[in-house]
Design a protein around this ligand. Structure first.
Ligand SMILES: Cc1cc2nc3c(=O)[nH]c(=O)nc-3n(C[C@H](O)[C@H](O)[C@H](O)COP(=O)(O)OP(=O)(O)OC[C@H]3O[C@@H](n4cnc5c(N)ncnc54)[C@H](O)[C@@H]3O)c2cc1C
Length: 299
């Protein structure tokens, strides 16, 4: 796969927008709230919960950050009025983190208040390592004021075990993922098996401490390992959930559900699908491998 990645990265700017749309389509609900609602209803009917997010990150103008906050409030209103089984997740750089931390927090607070009113939950995504400290401290501040907020920890980061020791004390609601960003070796594990082993160790720590965990992975090795941990700790399915990305490994998601575990599908939507898809592909060449697969898929 690796030998194709530089080629994919180089040709990315030349890939026509409709083709990028085609490649992104299975992974994104659409551009509008109506399209999102259709996808969420369908997933709910099939027994899956959803986590919705509006595509966007690293906005650099105040009005874009404020607009994102307003849009999320509209999403929460829609979720309530249509009685959908969906919470939301937000990126702090979409809410203005890199413009002004106070603006970002006040934006987040408005969303959390609306989520509280509508009995919903907001998870703060973890972005690249330039944002980790700010994201964790904003989460801790928010958790002092609100109960309906959660965070994400990335197993690829060397610091994560120390971070979860603090989160364990707070009994935080944590989504555990491998981490999508390419990070330098001095702060992150680059080896595939090391990331898996750290994921496994972090999951045990979190679940043993009584934290609610969103086990976010499509890696069958980790799914089996999580089943074992859940079994060893004698947990019941209300103490954790599995999470997967929309469009990724639907057969694995079905089998997890059929084995009696709860599963939440993360469904992004919004007009910013193009810059988001291109940026994601540029940032992580491993993901670009999936583009190659999509380009040459026969069905
Ligand atoms: C619900 C959810 C929320 C996430 N939130 C964050 C976050 O806040 N911060 C963050 O850094 N990362 C986040 N991630 C991304 C995560 O860190 C990984 O990059 C991604 O999930 C791939 O890791 P994996 O555990 O599935 O293992 P991998 O070994 O990467 O994947 C296992 C298999 O799954 C399939 N697969 C995985 N990802 C894709 C994909 N995108 N497209 C097509 N097939 C794929 C492939 O078949 C692959 O062989 C999230 C992931 C999920 C599922």
């Amino acid at each position: 796969m690796n030998i194709f990645n530089p080629t994919i990265k180089a040709i990315l700017p030349l890939v026509p927008k409709p083709l990028v749309r085609q490649i992104a389509k299975p992974y994104i609900a659409g551009e509008t709230l109506d399209e999102l609602v259709g996808v969420v209803e369908d997933l709910n009917l099939n027994g899956f919960s959803v986590a919705t997010s509006i595509l966007g990150e690293f906005v650099n103008e105040q009005n874009q950050a404020i607009e994102a906050g307003v849009d999320y409030i509209e999403v929460l209103t829609e979720i309530q009025s249509r009685n959908l089984d969906s919470n939301i997740h937000v990126k702090l750089t979409h809410l203005g983190l890199t413009i002004d931390k106070e603006l970002c927090y006040s934006n987040l607070k408005s969303i959390l208040k609306k989520a509280e009113e509508t009995h919903n939950f907001v998870r703060i995504d973890m972005e690249d390592s330039s944002c980790t400290d700010d994201t964790l401290s904003i989460f801790e501040k928010a958790q002092r004021e609100f109960e309906n907020v959660g965070i994400v920890i990335q197993a690829c980061m060397r610091r994560s075990m120390a971070d979860i020791q603090k989160l364990n004390v707070l009994k935080a609601n944590v989504r555990l993922c491998k981490g999508i960003y390419i990070e330098p070796r001095n702060i992150a594990y680059n080896d595939y098996q090391n990331v898996r082993e750290n994921y496994s160790a972090l999951l045990k720590e979190l679940l043993t401490a009584g934290c609610y965990v969103g086990i976010a992975t499509h890696d069958e090795w980790l799914v089996k390992d999580a089943f074992q941990t859940i079994d060893d700790l004698g947990l019941n399915p209300t103490q954790y959930e599995f999470q997967m990305l929309y469009g990724v490994t639907p057969s694995l998601r079905q089998s997890i559900r059929e084995a009696g575990h709860r599963l939440r599908v993360a469904v992004p939507f919004g007009p910013a699908w193009y810059p988001y898809s291109i940026r994601r592909l540029r940032k992580n060449p491993a993901i670009a491998g999936y583009v190659l697969k999509a380009l040459f898929k026969s069905d």
